[in-house]
Design a protein around this ligand. Structure first.
Ligand SMILES: Nc1ncnc2c1ncn2[C@@H]1O[C@H](COP(=O)(O)OP(=O)(O)OP(=O)(O)O)[C@@H](O)[C@H]1O
Length: 224
């Protein structure tokens, strides 16, 4: 089943003196449960592409379909709600709220959305990510790797169909990076979620179902 499709996707940044073709005609199909790694040099368009997929930016041309829903022809409010319910984001910075504990951070987006928290699922998720024993801790009482695992649990808390991760281990040492990415991969597989990950880590890239190499806003190589 197709979970994500981009059709003729373009994002051009146009200034007075320049036009940057950050994403330049990307056509991609991703199946449910697939694990995709996006690689490529700095400035090649990886983040812009991920932001387009997640509806954080609107394309100059083309469209993004998630589970057959065109996310580009809904208004901003609808897109925000769609994003909250269907897409989980993990960034390099953890962006945890410092004054509430781990559990509260994880369930916050669900509560803000006015929905019931599935306590059993959250507990299971935290156990898989090995942070359940830290559920009452404030973020600053956790290591970097633990904080990122909390951020991952928060991204997965509403059981989204797609997880978008932009260099999520960029702030971690290699040992922690591997553990975090290993747990992220294990978690998304167990819930059959689709994972799209930007990483420079060769070892992790080798574990993906597909690696897309991006250069100058285009997919220049695809390997399995
Ligand atoms: N808001 C913007 N206005 C103008 N140009 C932009 C804007 N955002 C991104 N760009 C340009 O688009 C190109 C792609 O940027 P992007 O951040 O997507 O690259 P990247 O592959 O993620 O890079 P990195 O690996 O360094 O994070 C770059 O040339 C960048 O300078």
């Amino acid at each position: 089943m197709e979970m994500l499709k981009t059709i003729g996707l373009k994002k051009y940044f146009v200034g007075k003196e320049y036009t940057v073709k950050a994403v330049d005609d990307i056509n991609l199909k991703v199946s449910k449960g697939e694990f995709i790694v996006i690689a490529g040099p700095s400035g090649s368009g990886k983040t812009t592409f991920l932001n387009l997929i997640g509806g954080l930016e609107q394309p100059t041309q083309g469209k993004v379909l998630i589970d057959n829903t065109n996310i580009n022809n809904m208004d901003e409010t609808k897109r925000t709600i769609f994003r909250r319910r269907n897409i989980g984001f993990v960034f390099q910075s953890y962006n945890l709220v410092p004054i509430i504990n781990t559990w509260e951070n994880i369930v916050l987006p669900i509560e803000l959305d006015g929905r019931d928290v599935d306590k059993k699922y959250i507990t299971e998720l935290m156990k898989t990510l090995k942070i359940y024993d830290r559920k009452d801790h404030l973020p600053n009482a956790l290591s970097g790797g633990q904080q990122q695992r909390v951020a991952i649990a928060r991204a997965l808390a509403s059981n989204p169909s797609i997880i978008l991760a932009d260099e999520p281990t960029g702030n971690l040492d290699s040992e922690n990076s591997e553990e975090v990415l290993h747990l992220l991969k294990k978690t998304v597989k167990s819930y059959n979620q689709t994972l799209i990950l930007i990483t420079h880590d060769e070892k992790i890239a080798q574990e993906a179902d597909r690696i897309l190499l991006i250069n100058d806003g285009r997919i220049v190589k695809e390997s399995r």
